[in-house]
Design a protein around this ligand. Structure first.
Ligand code: FEO
Ligand code: CA
Ligand code: CA
Ligand code: CA
Length: 658
């Protein structure tokens, strides 16, 4: 195998800064959970409205003005057979389907006159990396071409490159560490926009393309919203607090009805280092005193908090990108709050205001929603581009009785005032987590993706991936919405907004499924699903037929735990909510997570992302650690594993999942 190839960094979240705010927690949880399940089962038997009058009609009615309902008929069953778990170094899909790696780390993005090919010894230069796919693909969305049409055979994919691994990125790892090496890493993070087209039955990346674009950690981005011009956003390089270089740690995503892409900054605090005493704000957001993974702070003073104290405040936002205009300047929308943003699920309220659901993915963090001030007007693209600049941010409280409240994070209300450390709405948004603590939001088991049912108004789902600290001494106890201590497998929440209106101030909630095993005797490891067992749900999306797709991210340390024995590599399963039947559609290569999901408008092509194949061992060629041995997708003896977009079609050209 030659010289060991060192993967230096694992994608697991630093979790040593668990939310210690003293929000109320609930007791008698098991009882509450069980009675809720009984209610749901009753509802399933008698029709949801009978057991749950509040929900009457919710399964059918779309709120007036809700986003254009899917033109495709709602699926009533899954049309494929569940595949077995796998430990193979391959992407496996059901009989009748084809999955093909399509856009790998290092593949040219397609800039005219600048299309460097990937060098398998990782010797591509810093500049070449800026014209190539970044590392560690994550969230992704589809945009048909031409703009405004639902063309299923030609479009753009915008996708995130979440993080980098210096061990993989360079021929010689971190030897001779310098600014140029840090810049190569910065060029491997951010976003790609690629043009894709189906020609003669095969999907291709169009190269060169006038739409091709890489957004990196050094791309100019403007701030909008109340935090713009706040003192905490100002730096020597940006004395007005209105312009920042770059976006990073781009995790999950969103897509707006007006055709823009939302990329979400998640583990940005991992990059920053502060050697002197941390402020309460820095502590609450996880700024650390050291960083052995990225090492940018050693050579780029922007990430050294002792030198550039406000730079961390300029990350942790949702960024809007117009994929149809490669010359456009992306914008960070401060009205949507600052935290470790996982995704941004967009829908429309009954009156056409824009609603964005967002998770803050860390142990004991919160679920948020933003409601715009202005209404969406499909005839005014220009006005739409400002919709995310102004609105109200709410945080969720899941009450023990199955009701829920959206608590507004508004300066001057509910004690969010000067006496409690908030100077203005803009200041409050920079300190979003502190404001959410103050109003008593419910601490969740790591909120990841959120998905809105396209066939039912105001019906929303959120993956809570896991939380091994739940119930531990000194940490938040179990509660009705997070009912398992040492929650190794995670669960998926469901809520229905009052009146089926996403802008409502109240909701009813339940748990769609407890993830876990379907075999074994240990009740704490049991999943509540029928069919395909899975754990650590992360990616979550409806297709156009109302099938809910779940992608898992069991981290490399968790997957080796006994509770996960025999559950195989990370995977993607499908369900139709209400059925409790889950089928396994895809299994990934070794050491990867499955993420990123985009369907073409005809539901006949599915794009997904494979992130960090080969994660899990210091030496990815070590036969003693077979779970981490991967050279997917290139299968070269000298090949390092590469994250990649995968295109999936049905051999007969049919609808995915039918
Ligand atoms: Fe980037 Fe929470 O996953
Ligand atoms: Ca991950
Ligand atoms: Ca994720
Ligand atoms: Ca995850």
């Amino acid at each position: 195998m030659g010289k060991p190839l060192k993967a230096l960094f694992k994608s697991e979240h630093r979790d040593d800064i668990s939310n210690r705010s003293a929000n109320p927690a609930f007791s008698e949880v098991a009882d509450v959970y069980l009675s809720r399940r009984r209610l749901l089962q009753l509802g399933a038997a008698a029709g949801a409205g009978a057991a749950f009058p509040f929900l009457a009609g919710s399964g059918e009615a779309l709120a007036a003005g809700a986003p254009r309902p899917s033109p495709l008929t709602k699926a009533v069953s899954l049309g494929f057979s569940s595949i077995p778990v796998s430990s193979a170094d391959a992407v496996i899909v059901p009989e009748g389907y084809v999955a093909r790696p399509f856009y790998r780390w290092g593949d040219p993005v397609g800039l005219k006159g600048n299309m460097p090919i990937f060098k398998f010894d990782a010797s591509n230069t810093t500049d070449e990396q800026a014209a190539q796919a970044g590392m560690h693909h994550d969230g992704m969305a589809w945009f048909s071409l031409p703009q405004g049409q639902d063309n299923p055979a030609h479009g753009l994919l915008a996708l995130n490159h979440e993080y980098i691994d210096n061990g993989m990125l360079f021929k010689d790892g971190t030897a001779g560490w310098n600014l140029d090496k840090a810049r190569k890493g910065q060029n491997a993070m951010g976003v790609s926009v690629i043009e894709v087209k189906k020609a003669a039955g095969e999907w291709q990346v169009v190269r060169p393309s006038a739409f091709a674009r890489r957004i990196t950690v050094n791309t100019p981005i403007l701030f909008t919203g109340p935090a713009r011009h706040q003192d905490l956003l100002k730096t020597a390089a940006d004395p007005l607090g209105e312009r920042v270089l770059g976006t990073m740690q781009n995790c999950a995503n969103g897509r707006t009805p007006w055709g823009t892409y939302l990329t979400c900054e998640e583990n940005w605090s991992d990059i920053f280092v502060k050697k002197t005493a941390l402020t309460p704000l820095e502590t609450r957001y996880g700024i650390s005193t050291r960083d052995a993974s990225y090492r940018w702070s050693e050579v780029d003073p922007r990430f050294d908090v002792d030198k550039t104290p406000n730079e961390p405040n300029r990350f942790g936002w949702v960024v809007e990108i117009d994929p149809y205009d490669p010359s456009s300047t992306p914008r960070k929308h401060t009205a949507l709050g600052r935290f470790k943003h996982e995704g941004a699920a967009v829908t429309l309220a009954a009156d056409n205001r824009v609603v964005v659901y967002m998770g803050d993915d860390q142990k004991f963090e919160y679920i948020y929603k933003f409601v715009s001030t202005e209404k969406y007007d499909p005839d005014s693209h220009r006005a739409s581009m400002d919709l995310l600049a102004s609105g109200t941010l709410y945080v969720a409280r899941f009450n023990q009785d199955g009701s829920g409240d959206w608590l507004p994070l508004v300066y001057g209300e509910n004690g969010l005032d000067k006496a409690h450390g908030f100077d203005s709405q803009g200041d409050l948004l920079i300190k979003t987590r502190l404001a959410a603590d103050a109003v008593g939001a419910t601490k969740m088991d790591r909120p990841e993706w959120i998905a809105v049912d396209p066939h039912a108004g105001g019906s929303v789902y959120c993956t809570l991936t896991n939380n091994s600290d739940r119930g531990k001494e000194g940490k938040a106890p179990v509660d009705a919405a997070n009912p398992r201590a040492n929650n190794l497998f995670g669960h998926i929440m469901h809520w229905l907004e009052a009146g089926s209106d996403p802008a409502a101030a109240q909701f009813r909630w339940d748990i769609l499924v407890l993830a876990g095993r379907t075999d074994g005797d240990d009740p704490k490891d049991k999943g509540s699903m029928q069919g395909a067992a899975f754990g650590s749900p992360d990616g979550l999306s409806f297709d156009h037929r109302g099938v809910l797709w779940i992608q898992t991210d069991v981290s490399s340390s968790t997957i080796n735990q006994k509770a996960y024995a025999g559950m195989g590599n990370n995977q993607m399963v499908a369900t139709i909510p209400g059925s409790n039947v889950y089928r396994r559609f895809l299994t990934g290569p070794r050491g990867c997570e499955i993420t990123g999901i985009a369907f073409t408008p005809d539901n006949r092509t599915l794009f997904i992302n494979i992130q960090h194949p080969g994660e899990g061992g210091d030496d990815i060629t070590d036969p003693a650690n077979p779970r981490a041995v991967s050279n997917w997708p290139d299968a070269r003896p000298d090949g390092r594993p590469r994250s990649s977009t995968v295109v999936i079609t049905k051999r007969d050209g049919g609808v995915i999942g039918s």
